[in-house]
Design a protein around this ligand. Structure first.
Ligand code: GTP
Length: 348
């Protein structure tokens, strides 16, 4: 997951370290000290730099003369970084924020050893990524708890275009609530395609979850309404509403979403996007947020996503948190998304 993004970060850290470390000076000092201390001379400076773990060659790193990092030292490298982030489908605002924050945090720093540079640059990266990913929003668990206290069903509406993995995600969420001892019911409100109703029915049967469905072409809001009524009557805890996803630009579709919203007043609206589509997922999220209003994001197919551009950008751009990532086709392939989790993926 996110291997390409991880590579870009490591490459930038390496480039900054090489640029700031005075290579000639290091080589010279290594030779002198090797003579004085009769320590074994390393083959090349690069070799030592490739092994910056504690203890290994640590005396070598201390030979770099103290230096203050200047803007000039890193501007070209940050420019290259920004370009390569854009190539990875990182949104422009996010790519700019990362490079600006790196610049702010690094320029003026005094460094004595290349390990300082590695450490500072890594910290600067982590801080800027943490800032970008930390988006406050409605807390799903607190709302669920409130609804439980009131003995009312928690109503979640899922929006997003076809093919992103919305149906599979609804099934995964049904499993998520089942695993927590809650009783979900599914509303097949994508009545535009018969296939969607069939597919959802298949998942519901496999999970042993009740599905409320009407014929193809029926009013999606009526299906959602019936599911909520069913939940109230049968003491179900959560209503999971599927919706159509013809095209995010389709006015009728957005009207349909607005009608479902008006009729069932969902407690929580989740946008489901395919992380592999990068900037397209971000654009879709913007459109759905503008016309329906969304509370949180689930990004699917993160297991196959090397770029990580959508995961890094989508929450920041629409100012709504990613709450889960889809990581496979199985019902349990859903992980809670936390900024620290992503930082861990990128830096270990
Ligand atoms: N690898 C992987 N595949 C996924 C994930 N989520 C969904 N898929 C697959 O993506 C394909 C599309 O998923 P669906 O759930 O059918 O997508 P949808 O958005 O409901 O699309 P429609 O059925 O066209 O409305 C299916 O083959 C899923 O198994 C995921 O997190 N990882």
């Amino acid at each position: 997951m996110f291997e390409a993004l991880k590579k870009k970060i490591n490459k930038t850290i390496k480039k900054i370290t090489e640029k700031i470390s005075d290579k000639e000076k290091v080589e010279e000092t290594i030779k002198e000290t090797a003579k004085e201390e009769t320590i074994e001379e390393p083959e090349t400076v690069e070799k030592v730099k490739e092994e910056p773990e504690e203890g290994k060659g640590s005396n070598i790193f201390s030979f770099i003369r103290e230096k203050t990092i200047s803007e000039k030292d890193i501007e070209d490298i940050l420019w290259d970084l920004e370009m390569s982030l854009l190539e990875s489908d990182v949104a422009i605002d996010v790519a700019e924020k990362i490079t600006d924050e790196l610049k702010n945090q690094l320029v003026g720093k005094k460094v004595k050893r290349s390990t300082d540079i590695i450490e500072y640059t890594q910290e600067a990266f982590k801080n800027s990524i943490r800032d970008i990913l930390t988006v406050n929003g409605k807390d799903m668990d607190s709302i669920l708890q409130e609804k439980q206290n009131k003995k009312e069903p928690f109503i979640i509406m899922f929006v997003g275009i076809n093919g992103t993995g919305k149906t599979t995600t609804i099934a995964k969420m049904a499993k998520y609530f089942l695993d927590r001892g809650l009783k979900p019911v599914i509303a097949a409100s994508d009545t535009f395609r018969a296939g969607a109703i069939e597919q959802l029915t298949h998942h519901a049967e496999k999970l042993g979850v009740k599905i409320i469905k009407h014929e193809k072409g029926a009013d999606p809001a009526a299906v959602a309404f019936d599911a909520v009524e069913h939940a109230k009557a049968k003491g179900k805890d959560v209503v999971l509403i599927d919706t159509a996803g013809r095209m995010q630009t389709n006015v009728n579709l957005m009207d349909e979403m607005a009608k479902i919203k008006r009729v069932v007043k969902p407690d929580f609206i989740i946008f489901v996007g395919d992380s592999l589509t990068g900037n397209d997922a971000v654009e879709q999220a913007i459109k759905f947020n503008e016309s329906v209003g969304i509370d949180a994001i689930i990004l699917t197919k993160a297991d196959a996503d090397a770029k990580g551009g959508a995961a890094l950008s989508i929450g920041y751009v629409i100012n709504k948190p990613i709450i889960f990532l889809g990581t496979g086709q199985g019902y349990d392939d859903l992980i809670e998304f936390k900024p620290e989790w992503m930082i861990h993926q990128l830096f270990t």
